[in-house]
Design a protein around this ligand. Structure first.
Ligand code: BGC
Length: 735
């Protein structure tokens, strides 16, 4: 039946294209046209609609038990072409997707398969058996593109066979506002780092050969200006000068487009007074025309409605629908209502939206479905599911956690020798939820009882590594009574080291809005109680953003930023503490010292950078000596003249370790004032003890020193520039 319709459609499409000036359409274009000419307006609108699974599951649950009537209504009455979300076991996913695809294909007139979306933002985090990777903020601290590529591949393999074709990842917003509750979903504060990490994820995810015959789509989100809201709260207005939008916010999205990302999701908030979902200037002007994005633009959840309810940018939802369509969206993540379908139909019938405009979006959506091979392989398969959560994938999760944990402070406390007694306490001491964080089996992070059986907590991992007789758990978040204080002091007496885990319980989006970055007082008190025992104290920061730790930072012996390190996070941390491997992560964000003063590392000359720990900070168990920084040329006469920079790095310590080499450039004077410095290249390498190696960075000044003005035009001014690596600096001149 599919075939017959396709043949008829192709004939029609060939007929119509014969009437146009001669141009050879590509095969997918032909197939798309063949379907489009047969589609009714309702069928087209259905393709532009995405519903949450909770609309078609029993009692609206996130678990995958189908409410058949609701589902039939969605696909046969409203012709809905896409669904999202859900959380369940492998078996349930396979059955559920198979069943709904069967109905969509066999019981609808044109047999168009569904496209299913999921937020697999840190591994296969909505599959009970999935490999849960560290969150992006952690991963970015690895400064290791191989790790993010491996993680993307693991995610692709654990996602594709279940029929989950569209992943709403990666987040490409830059994480420069430490209050923003989605900071941990970003790759940190630096535009270049976000571009490189985001693009590495996209190319590895969308081009993973191991999942053949399936293909997957990534989604660059959330375009644009989401991450620096004036209030620090989620989905509240951002006011960002256009020059800054071009220099800091656009690069990660531009790089995603240039590297083939198939889809985009839009920022729910407003930018400079315009709700982004209703902004033609941002979606058509900037994203489509200027940046050249040709794929599918999806709204964020219920966001057409939010133009009315949240932004008061339109009188009613119908007007908002018109705005969003005119702005350039292709598909509405309507979630649980059919209003979008109703309003679009009325708007077309009233002549306010042309059918040609609808066709444009439907074409892109059908093209995506064809490109992903959904017409040929719409069903999940069960013969390679053993790979989900397999040992090899767990190893990648562990490598990622090892590479990204950051040692912030170490006053001869770490590593801990074997045989020593350790007391571990605080909110993450015996919690799996605190390792996996939010977006794990549940939007807010699953409760302890729903976490995987076969994973370690920090306590159990320490007990394995250091011997259970040496490790004691004191399972409290804070000390709430005198009796507890006494018990704690008693245990502390018998121990050699105290590990105190502090931080934030998992949160998502607006649920993580806060008014004060200061770490909860009770948790700081627990650290101070540990310090008062006189034993060496190691603090671990399990948090999604830098909470202020001023009350105890000077008194403890060691501090690690552990973030939300995933399913193998505890095993990795235990290994780092034991010293079998050295920490090698560096901060991808600035750790502020105080609540009231926060600027990113690319601050301006008239500002002061007074962080507790700067961007790029991270200690090791060994030491690296940088020397001999040199440039092949210090005078250039053409902006595209290539310069080669070299530096020698020696591992001067006793053990092998990895080092992230961060190169920065500084434009000494700019008519648009220039940042103190900006990251322009990085690489990570393993250096054995005692070894000295030469590292090279080749660059064209136009690529690293030029900057955009407020119209996005390139500015490259003559003058003095500097290249910096590990505190060393050389100058070059453009005359
Ligand atoms: C988030 C998106 C996510 C979507 C679907 C929204 O609330 O902002 O990042 O992809 O939900 O789960």
């Amino acid at each position: 039946m599919i075939k017959q319709n396709l043949i008829l459609g192709i004939l029609l499409a060939v007929f119509f294209s014969a009437c146009k000036p001669k141009q050879m359409p590509d095969p997918i274009e032909l197939k798309v046209d063949s379907l489009l000419v047969q589609m009714t307006l309702d069928e087209k609108i259905g393709q532009m609609t995405q519903l949450c699974f909770s609309t078609i599951t029993l009692n609206g649950s996130k678990n995958l038990d189908l409410n058949v009537n609701n589902f039939r209504e969605a696909v046969t009455k409203y012709h809905v072409g896409s669904f999202l979300s859900g959380s369940d076991s492998i078996v349930k996913w396979v059955n559920f997707i198979t069943n709904i695809q069967k109905v969509a294909i066999n019981e609808t007139r044109l047999h168009i398969p569904l496209i299913i979306g999921i937020d697999h933002v840190h591994g296969a985090n909505y599959v009970n058996e999935g490999t849960i990777l560290p969150h992006n903020l952690n991963i970015s601290c690895s400064f290791d593109t191989e790790i993010i590529k491996k993680g993307a591949k693991v995610t692709a393999i654990e996602t594709a066979d279940l029929g989950l074709t569209w992943n709403f990842a990666p987040v490409l917003d830059i994480g420069k506002n430490p209050y923003w509750p989605r900071l941990y979903e970003t790759f940190g504060e630096d535009p270049y780092l976000c571009s490189v990490m985001g693009t590495a994820f996209i190319t590895s995810y969308e081009n993973c050969p191991e999942i053949a015959p399936y293909k997957l789509a990534a989604c660059a989100k959330h375009f644009i200006g989401y991450s620096d809201p004036r209030s620090g709260w989620d989905r509240t207005p951002s006011e960002i000068p256009w020059q800054v939008i071009y220099e800091q916010f656009i690069p990660s999205f531009r790089s995603a487009i240039d590297n083939g990302v198939k889809t985009f999701m839009i920022n729910s908030g407003e930018l400079n007074g315009e709700p982004v979902h209703g902004s033609k200037r941002l979606l058509t002007g900037l994203l489509r025309n200027e940046l050249g994005f040709k794929g599918v633009i999806l709204t964020d959840i219920k966001d057409i409605k939010k133009i009315v309810d949240m932004h008061a940018g339109a009188d009613n939802e119908k007007e908002a629908t018109l705005m969003a369509i005119n702005a350039g969206i292709d598909m509405s993540m309507a979630c649980n209502a059919y209003d979008f379908c109703t309003y679009i139909k009325e708007l077309v019938q009233e002549g306010k939206i042309t059918e040609e405009r609808i066709n444009e979006s439907v074409r892109r959506i059908l093209r995506l479905k064809f490109e992903l091979g959904l017409f040929d392989n719409p069903y999940p398969r069960s013969d390679r599911l053993a790979k989900i959560g397999c040992k090899e994938h767990r190893q990648v999760a562990k490598e990622a956690a090892l590479a990204s944990t950051v040692l912030l402070k170490n006053e001869n406390v770490l590593p801990i020798p074997m045989g020593k007694k350790i007391l571990v306490t605080g909110l993450a001491a015996n919690s799996k939820q605190m390792l996996n964080g939010a977006w794990t089996f549940d939007w807010l992070g699953a409760p302890e009882e729903r976490q995987p059986k076969n994973m370690n907590t920090l306590y159990s991992a320490l007990a394995k590594t250091f011997d259970s007789n040496n490790v004691t758990l004191f399972d409290v978040e804070k000390l709430t009574s005198e009796a507890q204080q006494k018990d704690f002091a008693k245990l502390a007496k018998k121990t050699d080291y105290i590990i105190v885990t502090v931080g934030e319980r998992p949160y998502s989006e607006f649920k993580g809005n806060i008014n004060d970055l200061t770490l909860d007082a009770g948790q700081s008190d627990l650290v101070l109680a540990a310090v008062a025992t006189g034993k060496p104290v190691i603090v671990m920061l399990f948090e999604g953003r830098p909470r202020i730790i001023a009350r105890f930072v000077d008194t403890v012996g060691a501090i690690l930023f552990t973030g939300y390190p995933g399913i193998m996070g505890a095993d990795a941390i235990a290994e780092l503490l034991s010293g079998t491997i050295s920490p090698a992560g560096k901060l991808s964000f600035t750790y502020p010292a105080e609540v009231g003063h926060q600027v990113p590392y690319y601050y301006k000359k008239s500002e002061k950078y007074l962080p507790l720990y700067p961007f790029g900070h991270g200690l090791s168990y060994t030491s690296f000596e940088y020397s001999g920084l040199q440039l092949s040329d210090s005078l250039i006469t053409r902006p595209d003249q290539e310069i080669t920079a070299t530096v020698y790095i020696k591992n001067t310590g006793q053990i092998e370790a990895s080092e992230a080499i961060l190169w920065y450039v500084k434009d000494e004077v700019g008519t648009i004032t220039r940042p103190d410095k900006k990251l322009c290249f990085f690489e990570k390498d393993i250096l054995p003890a005692g070894i000295r190696k030469k590292y090279t960075f080749k660059f064209k000044p136009i690529d690293v020193c030029a900057y955009p003005d407020e119209h996005g035009s390139t500015v490259f001014e003559k003058g003095k520039f500097s290249l910096l690596v590990a505190g060393m600096q050389v100058n070059f001149y453009y005359k």
